[in-house]
Design a binder for this molecule. Structure first.
Ligand code: GLN
Length: 537
């Protein structure tokens, strides 16, 4: 381990969903803007090995890294705020910790010993917490502990933080994020839940160094002083985190309270030079002061829970800022779309995205959405299952293969235009067995995609089991749907386009995972601008 690496731990108290991921990302963003190399990792106290098999209703979007890890959606925020890739090592679950300890036990590594939560599980947690430091790449590692202080399942993690604070001394810092509720009846902000939450942490032997307090209203110096007194922190270490217009404002709100300086001073790193936030501030200005608006329909089956499509909605924000366009998303439930109503529901939209997904529920509605976008020449962007839906639609309605389908939806179909490849057929286990992570794609010269990426060889992240069936490629191409990108190693189709349409692109991969604030994705940028053109027709 690089002895100079600094470790910052972020825990949460009072309630869940306070935005630990955004606070961790925003702090990392400020430290990065000061010139430090920073990464963020998340420890999730659930027993699943990863969120890959979880329903989005349980856990929101499953975010995929370059190396094919299926991870918590907070890793998406880390990448979007830092513009640096994360990896399997950045998201650890209790399942993974136990799996390794049990494997070691079977291997005989603890021969003669009783294997226990303390020290064996906590040692494994500490080993994982320090692992990213081994590369020597990072000066600062921020670790977000999932869940809320006081949860039974989070206890070994808090214990590991306690031990590391002792071992690492000033190289280690603990930040606690809490809620300061406002009681309308008395017109007061209340500090008691925070006092209790800090007490719970202290009972586990961890004294927070900094409090970040979520609040609807400014705390004022009196409340800060009170929190400082009761919680053993300095007043300048009580940072307020007011509800922001956008998550991308949070770094600046923290900066206004000099949180970066407070942190650097505590971990003994120099506070030199100026913060380089130019690109960030420029993005915020373009995002918050749009000159035009487009309305995009997002067709999916988890639209009640917008977190299920987090990376897509963020990618649209990044892309919109490029042309100072406010991208309004109309969330449309795929099951609500039928051949009769699709036209009236989608009418007036400037662009249509058919979202990723699994299983048969809602597929027919997605196919109807593709048909309307294709026939009415509305810009269409199909992502993963969305691309597969567009191929089924084209096969049924243009090639007139009326029973064209995906093997996933109809295992007995005679015309599986989307099918399982040989290497997937033998797979029985569900966890971590899809085509995951980054794969190469070679673009066809003359395609719109080539024009947008401005290069021949690209790589994008995947998360799917089924593929375009190349047996249908020739007839689809003859009928006007072109393969614009293929995997050079396997020949699998990665991108389809309809050249005789203003903007019709389907991608087998997930471009949304790679869109960041300072590096908006070219396909999203072009899609938003095509939607603007469509609006102004
Ligand atoms: N269900 C499809 C498959 O597994 C698409 C997956 C997705 O949209 N991520 O191939």
């Amino acid at each position: 381990m690089d002895s100079s690496t600094k470790f910052i731990f972020v825990t949460g108290g009072v309630t869940s969903s306070l935005g630990k991921g955004i606070v961790a990302s925003s702090l990392a963003n400020l430290l990065q803007a000061r010139g430090f190399t920073v990464t963020i990792q998340k420890f999730d106290p659930y027993i699943n090995i990863d969120p890959g098999t979880l329903n989005p209703y349980e856990h929101g979007e499953c975010y995929v890294t370059e190396d094919g890890a299926e991870t918590d959606l907070d890793l998406g925020h880390y990448e979007r705020f830092l513009n640096c890739p994360t990896s399997q090592a950045n998201n650890i679950t209790t399942g993974r910790i136990y799996q390794r300890v049990i494997d070691k036990e079977r291997h005989g590594d603890y021969l003669g010993k009783t294997v226990q939560v303390i020290p064996h599980i906590t040692d494994e947690i500490k080993y994982r917490m320090k692992l990213l430091a081994e590369s020597g790449e990072y000066q600062i590692i921020i670790t977000e502990i999932g869940g809320t202080v006081g949860d039974i399942e989070a206890l070994p993690y808090i214990e590991a933080v306690r031990q590391l604070k002792w071992e690492l001394g000033d190289d280690c810092l603990s930040i606690h994020l809490t809620l300061i509720p406002f009681l309308k009846a008395t017109g007061e902000l209340k500090t008691k839940p925070t006092q209790h939450s800090v007490k719970t942490l202290q009972e586990s032997g961890v004294q927070p160094d900094i409090l970040v307090c979520r609040s609807e209203r400014p705390l004022g110096s009196e409340i800060k002083q009170k929190l400082a007194n009761f919680c053993n922190v300095k007043p300048n270490s009580v940072i307020e985190s007011l509800d922001a217009k956008t998550i991308y404002e949070v770094p600046l709100l923290l900066r206004n309270q000099k949180m970066d300086e407070v942190v650097l001073e505590k971990i003994g790193l120099p506070i030199e030079g100026n913060l380089n936030m130019k690109l960030w501030i420029d993005f915020l200005d373009r995002h918050e002061n749009p000159v035009s608006t487009v309305e995009i329909g997002l067709i999916g089956k988890y639209v009640e829970l917008k977190d299920s499509y987090k990376s897509i909605s963020e990618a649209l924000i990044h892309a919109g800022a490029v042309s100072r366009t406010n991208v309004k998303v109309k969330w449309i439930h795929s099951e609500s779309l039928t051949a009769d109503n699709a036209s009236s529901i989608l009418n007036g939209l400037n662009g249509v995205i058919v979202a990723p997904g699994f299983g048969s529920r809602g597929l027919e509605g997605k196919i109807e959405a593709v048909r309307i976008a294709r026939e009415h020449r509305i810009p269409f962007f199909g992502i993963c299952f969305g691309m597969q839906a567009s191929i089924i639609e084209y096969s049924r309605n243009v090639l007139k293969i009326s029973d064209a389908n995906s093997r996933e939806v109809d295992p007995n179909t005679k015309n599986a235009v989307i099918d399982l490849m040989a290497d997937q057929k033998k797979i029985i286990k569900k966890g971590g067995t899809m085509r995951l992570g980054s794969y190469n794609c070679k673009l066809s010269k003359g395609s719109k995609s080539f024009e947008l990426y401005k290069k021949i060889n690209i790589s994008e992240r995947h998360r799917h089991r089924f593929e375009f069936n190349n047996l249908y490629l020739e007839s689809l191409e003859k009928a006007g749907m072109k393969a614009a990108g293929t995997n050079p190693e396997t020949g699998l189709v990665e991108i389809i386009e309809i050249p005789d349409h203003p903007w019709f692109i389907g991608v087998q991969f997930h471009p949304e995972y790679k869109s960041t604030v300072v590096n908006p994705h070219p396909l999203f940028v072009s899609f938003v601008s095509a939607s603007l053109t469509h609006k102004n027709l």
